[in-house]
Design a protein around this ligand. Structure first.
Ligand code: RIB
Ligand code: CA
Length: 319
């Protein structure tokens, strides 16, 4: 059996950068491409961050594609102030890393998702860690891919706890609730890795100090970038002892589903006030035989953190 193929769909801020590193450090999968999204920053700036990060991590072949610049119900996108506080103005904690000279791919990210679904079918894993706009447009353009794609493991939503941008909404879902609802209502086999579990996987300066000791260009850059993120969490007074590893946890679960305990639930996203952006069970599909989504509600925190540190430290020591 060949290795599974992974596509990351990112709004490349700080935890998205950690998701790229985790995917590159994982020999179980082939990262075949990155699609850009808006969210933590503008889509084009995120695409440039992805190219720069791949370059920093010694990877010069994985293509990066343009995705949508805004939600399916809007004509433009303005980065939220809270995103800039958490990820910095450049999405990477205002730390400068060398600019990649590689251009982004000419094919659109949405066509890349569709073509990859036809080519790799059940071997394809899609990991969106930003808004679900690109994936919703891909299934609208070619609904057949819903039953071709092996699995979608997304970072987004909150089932058992409140949201992080409103009382009920998590940031990625909140950027485009309509798109997210279309994805959850589709036939796609989804694992939802939401705040229920990602807020239980925290990194502290104890770990970034270990990266500093590696003393390579990538370890120093990632230590600086993640320290900005840890400071931002402290300033926000989140009551968390460290920063949340939202996006790398989704990649880790895509590779090893046994890291989380899940509940099978057909989900929906509310699109109207006062609950816009809420991820919750779809009452109209309560009695259908099979749930298309499983929601992660518990995580093996220690096992994930030690795997995360081993993988990233190994990657950083080579670059
Ligand atoms: O709510 C956390 C999510 O929002 C993460 O994916 C983060 O990168 C932002 O996109
Ligand atoms: Ca993200």
């Amino acid at each position: 059996m060949g290795r599974k193929k992974m596509i990351l769909d990112l709004d490349t801020g700080i935890d998205d950068a950690l998701a790229i590193a985790y995917a590159l450090a994982s020999t179980e999968i082939d990262l075949i491409g990155i699609v850009g999204s808006y969210g933590n920053l503008q889509m084009l700036a995120g695409v440039q961050n992805s190219l720069n990060l791949l370059n920093l991590l010694g990877e010069s072949n994985i293509p990066v594609y343009l995705g949508e610049k805004h939600s399916i119900t809007t004509q433009s996108f303005d980065t939220l102030e809270i995103s800039q506080e958490i990820h910095g103005m450049n999405g990477l904690g205002d730390i400068k890393i060398p600019k990649s000279s590689r251009p982004y791919a000419s094919e659109s990210g949405i066509d890349f998702i569709i073509d990859s679904a036809h080519e790799f079918q059940s071997d394809l894993i899609i990991v969106p860690t930003g808004p679900l706009t690109n994936l919703s447009l891909a299934i609208k353009k070619d609904p057949k891919i819903e039953t071709l794609i092996g699995k979608v493991v997304l970072m987004g939503g909150a089932l058992t706890i409140p949201g992080n941008v409103t009382a009920v909404a998590e940031a990625n879902i909140n950027q485009d609730p309509e798109a997210a609802n279309e994805v959850f209502q589709s036939k796609l086999p989804i694992t939802m890795v939401g705040l229920d579990v990602t807020l239980k996987t925290l990194l502290t300066k104890k770990e970034t100090e270990l990266w500093r000791e590696i003393d390579s260009p990538s370890s120093r850059a990632f230590a600086d970038i993640v320290d900005y993120y840890i400071n931002a969490y402290a300033n926000l007074k989140t009551n968390l002892d460290g920063c949340a590893l939202h996006d790398p946890l989704a990649v880790a679960v895509a590779i090893d589903a046994s890291l989380v305990t899940t509940l099978p639930i057909n989900m929906k996203v509310d699109t109207e006030a006062p609950f816009s952006g809420r991820t919750i069970g779809d009452e109209t599909r309560l009695n259908s035989n099979q749930a298309t989504t499983v929601v992660a509600v518990a995580v093996e925190t220690e096992r994930f953190l030690s795997t995360f540190m081993t993988r990233l430290s190994t990657l950083f020591s080579k670059n």
